[in-house]
Design a protein around this ligand. Structure first.
Ligand code: URA
Length: 211
């Protein structure tokens, strides 16, 4: 199967906000707000091709047929914990979405993803799922999370991140060639600890003030 599509979202608003987030001295409050705002903007991009159906409504002046989003409510799937940073922004755009929480942590020695929590709607087969994590680094967490969503029947999954490393993109595309990726930037490489360079540091720590 051909590699999944990589969409680099170079909208000026996103690029500007991402630069602010990279700055070492940016406050936790500002980092969190920017993550939220970019989540909103990325949601706009990733849902660009949602199917519409014409429905009957009445304006104050007359009846008309008007477009509404068709099909089942979509699922937003943040990878805990940094993925939660995107959630509010995305929910502001799609308020009736379902939410699947995926708890994975990175073993600091092996860098492998370890599952500790997974709570999702029972059947994901007819819902688009937007999987989100700000950092696509080694790709281990993203790959494991996508596999969990597929185990619940998800067939239309999209992965959204803020920053991606070439290594992570290659890994994810190899394991999940059916899942397109949206990112605001592709950085240079990973360091020996699996951090993205130049990157923005540890997204979870910067968002939640845990360093
Ligand atoms: N997770 C992060 O928060 N930052 C990185 O650079 C890589 C993984």
């Amino acid at each position: 199967m051909a590699a999944s599509k990589l969409n680099v979202v170079n909208h000026p608003l996103i690029q500007h906000k991402l630069t602010l987030m990279r700055e070492r001295d940016r406050s936790i409050k500002s980092f969190r707000e920017l993550t939220n705002e970019i989540g909103m903007l990325l949601c706009y991009e990733v849902t660009r091709d949602l199917p519409l159906e014409m429905v009957d409504i009445e304006t104050p002046l007359m009846p008309m047929k008007a477009p509404m989003i068709a099909g089942k409510k979509l699922t937003l799937a943040p990878i805990l914990r940094a993925g939660v940073g995107f959630l509010d922004g995305m929910l502001a755009m799609v308020p009736s979405a379902r939410v699947a929480h995926i708890g994975l942590y990175r073993d600091p020695k092996t860098l492998q993803a370890v599952e500790y929590y997974f709570k999702a709607p029972q059947d994901l087969s007819d819902r688009m799922a937007i999987l989100m994590d700000p950092m696509l680094a080694t790709g281990n967490s993203a790959c494991a999370a996508a596999a969990l969503l597929k185990s619940r029947g998800a067939r239309d999954i999209r992965f959204v991140c803020l920053l991606a490393a070439p290594e992570g993109i290659a890994h994810f595309q190899r394991e999940h060639p059916d899942i397109p990726v949206w990112t605001a930037a592709v950085d240079e490489k990973l360091n020996d600890h699996g951090y993205i360079l130049p990157g923005l540091g540890d997204a979870g720590d910067r968002m939640f003030g845990t360093k």
